[in-house]
Design a protein around this ligand. Structure first.
Ligand SMILES: Nc1ncnc2c1ncn2[C@@H]1O[C@H](COP(=O)(O)OP(=O)(O)OP(=O)(O)O)[C@@H](O)[C@H]1O
Ligand SMILES: [Mg+2]
Length: 409
């Protein structure tokens, strides 16, 4: 490739294209998710319908909510999409104050003087609504606002709200908005396995609420993230490189960004604009060096053993490679094959059942979570982002070869 054609500062640009720590908000860098996007857009176009986006941590929920306004280009209509982050201390009032502090109102006051005139000033909607915000006051304010534009109000990290009353008041608000046919759309976003986990009394608002479950991203969606990045950077990545990064990411786009970032830097360091699978190994090393101390500590604690001949590291790696079903769950049976590949020896479930249980214990930092009933237990990584990390660690320690990743588990 010719570097002279267009002088772009790739060293700087790469950090804007691959953003492992921030949600995507720019339409052109947003990859895949067509099914989910279409579903939310349909909801917005239907009066009385609201939506709830839920799924595992880190699958891309905030990014989906963030690109909504840029995908809604309706001629002659202003789209206003305030997004607020909920936290555990929030009350119903504080949540709506956060929303309304992002909305400006134009207040017109007639003034009497030498000549009658109108005084116009902008005020925040939050200043108008008063101290104690009730669902009824919210409905009235939103009814007024609905005439001025297309409002999409996003409540992100809704799972952080601890107070059941706040969740209930939000359900009441959704019901009231729907019953009164107020033309605004609420989008509730949070980490959860089901809608019930996120919003109380969901039965009463079932018809008003479209549920959007965010699965992990497919390998082709993850590869599209890399394609978008390469296009922006005017660089290339070969098919093997993309496939390896997508496989390592295990459906979690954070790692596609992280490895995309490092692979690009490795290539730039050797003066090339073409990334190949050669760059992946050093990229994994750099990514692992970047991992924060808390995550590293959690990994070390999970596999710790004073004895050298224990299987903890191998079993944890096999768990990370086990086929994950919905919400990251896997069964003990699905650990068997990867464990045999790693150790080169056939293991049956009783040979590692104890390790699986130990990983759920506090003494090993509860790196795994157990669900279900006896004989049908399912496990998953408590923090899904730990799973790709365990695989990368396994690779860098030479416990597995990259070929193992080629299999679509
Ligand atoms: N569709 C997408 N295209 C490109 N990158 C994405 C996409 N979705 C998510 N990402 C990237 O993946 C990472 C995680 O995304 P995001 O923060 O949206 O996930 P989340 O589900 O909101 O996470 P959390 O549960 O921690 O709030 C970010 O680096 C983001 O840039
Ligand atoms: Mg988020």
């Amino acid at each position: 490739m010719n570097t002279k054609e267009q002088p772009i500062d790739r060293e700087v640009l790469v950090g804007r294209v691959f953003t492992p720590a921030t949600p995507v908000s720019e339409g052109a860098l947003f990859a895949g998710r067509m099914v989910q996007l279409r579903k939310v857009l349909d909801t917005i176009n239907q009066r009385g319908q609201h939506t709830i986006i839920f799924g595992e941590r880190g699958v891309g929920k905030t990014s989906l909510a963030s690109v909504l306004s840029s995908r809604l280009r309706i001629p002659g209509t202003t789209v206003i999409a305030p997004r607020v982050n909920c936290d555990s201390a929030d009350t119903y009032s504080s949540l709506w104050k956060k929303v309304f502090s992002q909305i400006d109102l134009l207040r017109k006051t007639p003034t009497v003087g030498f000549q009658m005139s109108i005084l116009e000033e902008t005020v925040k909607a939050a200043d108008v609504i008063g101290e104690e915000v009730t669902p009824d006051a919210v409905r009235r304010m939103l009814t007024l606002l609905a005439d001025t534009g297309l409002f999409i109000i996003i409540f992100d990290e809704f799972d952080r709200i601890m107070e059941p009353l706040v969740r209930r008041s939000m359900a009441d608000t959704i019901k009231a908005l729907s019953d009164h046919d107020v033309n605004v759309t609420l989008v509730v976003v949070g980490v959860a396995d089901s809608v019930e986990d996120l919003i109380s009394q969901h039965e009463s608002i079932e018809r008003a609420m479209v549920q959007i479950k965010m699965p992990r991203m497919s390998r082709s969606e993850l590869q599209q993230i890399l394609d978008n990045g390469m296009e922006r950077l005017k660089m290339t990545m070969d098919e093997d490189g993309k496939a390896e990064i997508a496989a390592l990411s295990q459906g979690l786009p954070h790692y596609t960004h992280l490895l995309g970032l490092h692979a690009t830097r490795v290539a730039l360091d050797r003066g090339s604009l073409d990334i190949t699978s050669r760059e992946i190994e050093p990229a994994v090393k750099r990514a692992l060096a970047d991992v924060n101390q808390a995550v590293r500590g959690a990994y070390d604690r999970a596999i710790f053993s004073p004895r050298k001949d224990t299987l903890y590291a191998q079993v944890l790696l096999a768990c990370a490679l086990a086929g994950t079903g919905e919400f990251g769950f896997f069964t003990a049976a699905s650990v068997r094959d990867p464990l045999s590949t790693i150790t080169g020896k056939r293991y049956e479930i009783p040979g590692f059942a104890r390790h699986l249980n130990d990983f759920c214990e506090e003494s090993r930092g509860s790196i795994l979570q157990k669900a279900g009933v006896k004989r049908k237990f399912r496990f998953r990584f408590r923090n899904p982002l730990m799973q790709p990390l365990v695989i990368m660690q396994g690779l860098s320690e030479g416990r597995i070869s990259r070929a193992v990743l080629g299999r679509d588990h």
